[in-house]
Design a protein around this ligand. Structure first.
Ligand code: PHB
Length: 388
């Protein structure tokens, strides 16, 4: 046998020995971030992305030994563009995981596309009840909340405080309407009555006529759902109309989360309920806020927490299968069974794939939504219509 032939044989043997290694999952995991980068929710999308990337960075830039490659689409919080946008990630970029979004209407279109293509979807904000209700599926989980949860917990608190007549005000779309529904359910169960629901189209900020109506009706309390840029304007207008002194303003915590600096004095003292409070004094939150501030030179908010936990959920799935996304059932099962060590406190997922979590009463003080008490312990979304 010629030397070169023997060498070739040796090389072939070496190659076959190397085969098992070559069969190991290789290359990056493709993560498609579909978030708003423009419009009234732009800052929220930014914080979700920062939170997600912070967790990945804390793991050395890899999850379960796999590099993470990001693909991004600005969804503009526009439901009419949502199907086209999500298909850029699913069909064009062929991502392994979809992460998005903020706006409930856009997220509903994402959930539909994820179901049809069997793509893994992690929702890091949008609360649309249907996503973990009638549309629930093994490949869809949420790291945030259902719209029902913060609405319901604020209703519990408002009734406990003895308010009897409430008015509600929100944008006329899924998140606003479902949050108000949750509020009404708990408030009326607690002995109150919602005397009038007010709304305006998303993302409108022409509040004057509605504020005049509140002043005329003089309810005991107003419940509001607004977020992002719209929440900044609403809280300022409510104060400027002289209502802050005469009619207590309650809201789900999005009213004052990530917005306090821009709202200034108008937001100080406002009480809200949410699954997070800036000042929550637990080791995980303290470490998270420190790490976030060091990395980004700004303070974390609830959206950053939800982004961070979306990455934690993905990591829980990937770690269980050592990075091999081919073991899909095992990966999805591990995500659904995970206990997430969140800055908000530990949470698990309900059968519908939504966090079962404590809801906190908070008060806006300085730059923080300060923790006051647990409004409702381990609140699980009822997941009405979810069959899994
Ligand atoms: C939603 O559309 O589901 C939504 C948007 C912003 C929030 C919360 C919920 O802060």
């Amino acid at each position: 046998m010629h030397i070169p032939t023997r060498l070739a044989l040796l090389a072939a043997c070496a190659a076959s020995l190397a085969l098992p290694a070559a069969a190991q999952p290789a290359g990056p995991i493709k993560v498609g971030l579909m978030l708003p980068a423009t419009g009234t929710f732009a800052a929220l999308g930014d914080m979700i992305e920062k939170g997600f990337k912070l967790h990945v960075q804390e793991q050395g830039g890899k999850l379960a030994g796999r590099e993470i490659q990001y693909f991004r689409v600005d969804d503009e919080s526009d439901p009419s563009k949502a199907t086209d946008n999500v298909n850029k990630l699913i069909k064009r970029d062929q991502v392994d995981v979809l992460v998005g979004t903020v706006h409930s209407g856009v997220a509903l279109a994402m959930a539909k596309a994820a179901k049809e293509s069997n793509t893994l979807l992690i929702v890091p904000n949008a609360g649309a009840d249907a996503i973990t209700g009638p549309m629930c599926g093994p490949n869809i989980v949420r790291s945030s909340f259902s719209n029902w949860q913060p609405g319901y917990s604020t209703g519990v608190v408002a009734a406990q405080k003895g308010y009897k007549r409430a008015m509600t005000i929100t944008w006329n779309y899924a998140a606003g309407l479902e949050t108000v529904k949750g509020f009404t359910e708990a408030f009326e169960k607690g002995g109150g009555k919602v005397i009038k629901d007010l709304s305006l189209p998303f993302p409108g900020v022409e509040f004057q006529a509605l504020l005049t109506e509140i002043a005329a009706q003089k309810p005991d309390v107003v419940f509001a759902f607004f977020a992002g840029g719209g929440a900044v304007k609403f809280v300022k207008d409510y104060d400027a109309a002289g209502l802050k002194k005469s009619v207590p303003l309650f809201g789900s915590g999005f009213l004052t989360d990530g917005t306090l600096e821009a709202q200034g004095a108008a937001a100080q003292g406002l009480q809200t309920t949410l699954h997070y409070a800036d000042s929550l004094d637990i080791p995980k939150n303290n470490a998270f806020r420190k790490s976030f501030a060091l990395t980004y030179k700004q303070n974390a908010d609830v959206y950053a927490v939800q982004g961070y936990d979306a990455a934690q959920l993905l990591a829980a799935g990937l770690n269980a299968v050592k990075g091999d996304m081919g073991k899909r059932d095992a990966m999805l099962g591990a995500m659904r069974k995970a206990t997430v060590d969140s800055p908000r406190g530990k949470f698990t997922l309900s059968a519908g794939g939504n966090p079962v979590q404590d809801m906190y009463l908070r008060e806006a003080k300085g730059p923080n939504n300060e923790y006051r008490s647990v409004a409702v312990k381990a609140l699980a979304d009822p997941a009405r219509g979810c069959k899994l």
